[in-house]
Write a protein that binds this ligand. Structure first.
Ligand code: MG
Length: 387
């Protein structure tokens, strides 16, 4: 089957204040979403993009290619379709006419509708109407009838036709100005048009809230909204003679070390607590109770490993770690690089996503007198996309 598409994006967009086809939507213009989806279907060539004369000048050079032809629209929708149709080569068998204000159309909807049109002559995607329809003809808004809802479908695009059927309808009703879709001309010409059940996601951007919904649906397709969580950790240990000094999983040369049940590594304790905090999973004291004899003297890297296992099981991903040490001695600046690398390795992060700094306590209080080392940590997690 040889297909072609006409994407109509020449409307004046009176209901949105300005033309909706070039409003920004999640990183590109509204009509470019559909254009890119059509580009993904190799059997569709050419794709004719019908724009207002102004937009042809503004966007034509950027969007046109051998396959994408850009042409100016007419005064009405049908005039625009006619202008687009003039660029469809003779050998094309089926033509898809799509509304540039339907950015969420999928390859599946396009393909199924094209195939149905190839089979039966004319087809369009549609969804059953959800709301009960009321017929209102009076200016005072009195209801005159309530049609049976189950027989109503809301028509979408791309409306697809065998080339000769669309050509005939466009020629026969060349003076038709008010038609809102091509199908009504094709029906009037005596052809049957078949519905292809579609998706409610294939919505039309008409009012500002449609744009909000389209944005949310596009985010969903990208794997859900990114949900972030931030956790805070803090720890302090006494600095005493006769103990090795462990910080961030490294043993540093010093004549004193941190007192604790484990190796006393205040950096790893604060950082591990920050991760648990972002997970909403309590604190390391609950996973490793200080009174448990098994934790006596264990390397704090084991605590980190247990926290990382918990993180992995949750589906969340650690994306950043920031650590602030408070220490009068030893001088830690010369060790920044190694400390950061060690943290990165233990928390499975790129080194660029770990930050560490050490501050003196200006001689104030226990930390300032060199009796203790404290550490603050902030962990940022990206939570699992499943909601
Ligand atoms: Mg501790």
């Amino acid at each position: 089957m040889r297909g072609a598409a006409i994407i109509v994006a020449a409307g004046s967009g009176t209901r949105m204040g300005r033309p909706k086809q070039f409003l920004p939507l999640s990183g590109k213009a509204v009509c470019e979403w559909a254009l890119d989806t059509f580009r993904g279907l190799a059997e569709i060539d050419p794709i004719v993009l019908v724009l207002s004369a102004e937009d042809v000048e503004r966007h034509g050079p950027r969007l046109a290619s051998e396959r994408v032809r850009v042409v100016a629209g007419g005064e009405t929708r049908m005039g625009s379709v006619r202008n687009g149709f003039k660029l469809i080569p003779e050998e094309v068998e089926v033509v898809a006419v799509h509304d540039g204000a339907r950015p969420l159309v999928t390859e599946r909807i396009i393909r199924e509708t094209l195939e149905e049109a190839y089979e039966s002559g004319a087809a369009l995607p549609a969804v059953p109407v959800k709301d009960t329809l009321k017929k209102v003809t009076s200016k005072q808004l009195w209801i005159s009838a309530t049609p049976v809802r189950s027989s109503f479908w809301a028509a979408q695009t791309p409306q697809c036709y065998r080339r000769e059927i669309l050509e005939e309808a466009l020629a026969k009703f060349s003076h038709e100005r008010g038609a809102t879709d091509e199908s009504q001309l094709v029906e009037k010409a005596g052809h049957r048009v078949k519905i292809v059940p579609s998706s409610y996601e294939n919505l039309k951007i008409t009012t500002p809230e449609d744009l909000t919904m389209a944005q949310a649906l596009l985010e969903e397709r990208r794997g859900g909204l990114r949900r972030m969580a931030v956790g805070l950790g803090f720890d302090i240990h006494r600095l005493v003679a006769g103990r090795p000094l462990w910080l961030a999983g490294l043993r540093l040369e010093h004549d004193k070390g941190l007192l604790g049940h484990s190796d006393g590594d205040a950096v790893l304790h604060a950082a591990a607590d920050a991760v648990l905090g972002a997970l909403g999973a309590g604190e390391i004291g609950e996973m490793f109770p200080p009174e448990d004899p098994k934790i006596k003297g264990i390397p704090s890297a084991e605590i980190v490993a247990a926290v990382m296992a918990k993180l992995a099981a949750s589906g969340a991903v650690l994306v950043h770690l920031d650590v602030a040490l408070l220490a009068e001695e030893p001088k830690l600046k010369p060790h920044y690089g190694r400390l950061r690398e060690s943290l990165a390795a233990l928390f499975a992060l790129d080194a660029g996503r770990v930050n560490l700094k050490a501050k003196s306590h200006e001689g104030l209080d226990s930390i300032g007198r060199g009796e203790a080392i404290a550490c603050h940590a902030v962990a940022t997690l990206e939570l699992s996309a499943s909601r």
